[in-house]
Design a protein around this ligand. Structure first.
Ligand SMILES: C[S@@+](CC[C@H](N)C(=O)[O-])C[C@H]1O[C@@H](n2cnc3c(N)ncnc32)[C@H](O)[C@@H]1O
Length: 220
């Protein structure tokens, strides 16, 4: 059985057996091998734009004997997702700009669930999701060495929510969960340092939002 990092494992609970899944930017395909080996999925699709990265995935899939169940596709983003009736996308381990460029496709209309893991620009990603009629269903902070990722699980909805600026910036679900209090305390310290050096007014606005979030979480 394949062993995967805690970062990749944190995505597993969001995958359901009936989902028709494509992992976009699969690279090594380790998460995908884990999902199939553990019978969470019977079959799935993995895609990468880089032939060397995809070959890395294909080699791992062959070593695990799962060639009939994990189908590799060379291509950019979700340009081929409609051919396979994909309704769930996993896009992990990259920045929000890249994730948004992958999702900027007419094929997104045929997708129901997005399992995203980004390490930056979460404000832009949440705004984009709302514009495309996706509501945020789950959020989770994932530490991986020096990097911090946020898992954002979004589902298509005819009635998309709009969020406050504070929610777009810091996460509508994250800011309501007391277990994130230390993450927000650390972020406030980081922003205070940056503000001290730059006197940037936007940074000051974010610090005020963080003060409010911390007051609410401390009162819980
Ligand atoms: C940093 S790796 C992440 C691998 C894996 N998803 C993970 O979480 O560990 C990013 C991968 O995404 C691929 N990628 C980047 N942009 C892509 C795109 N537009 N379409 C398909 N693959 C892409 C890269 O080639 C690379 O293999």
């Amino acid at each position: 059985m394949i062993k995967i990092s805690d970062r990749l494992k944190s995505l597993v609970p969001y995958v359901e057996s009936e989902d028709i899944v494509m992992d976009v930017g699969c690279d090594h395909a380790l998460l995908d091998i884990y999902l199939v080996e553990n019978n969470i999925l019977n079959k799935m699709y993995v895609c990468d734009v880089n032939p060397n990265a995809l070959q890395n995935g294909i080699d791992n899939i062959k070593k695990s004997g799962l060639e009939k169940k994990i189908i590799p596709i060379l291509g950019y983003g979700i340009e081929r997702s409609a051919e396979y009736n994909i309704d769930t996308l996993i896009i992990s381990g990259m920045g929000s700009k890249n994730i948004i460029s992958i999702l900027e496709s007419p094929n997104l209309n045929r997708v129901y669930k997005l399992i995203l893991q980004s390490n930056n620009n979460h404000y832009e990603l949440r705004k984009f999701l709302t514009q495309k009629s996706f509501n945020i269903a789950h959020e989770e902070i994932i530490k991986d060495g020096k990097k911090t990722y946020i898992n954002i699980i979004a589902v298509h909805d005819m009635y998309p929510k709009t969020y406050t600026e504070k929610e777009y910036e810091f996460g509508p679900i994250l800011i309501k969960d007391k277990k994130n209090i230390n993450y927000f305390r650390d972020l406030l310290e980081e922003y205070e340092d940056l503000y001290f050096k730059s006197k940037n007014e936007q940074m000051h606005e974010k610090m005020e939002m963080l003060d409010e979030i911390l007051d609410d979480l401390e009162a819980m």
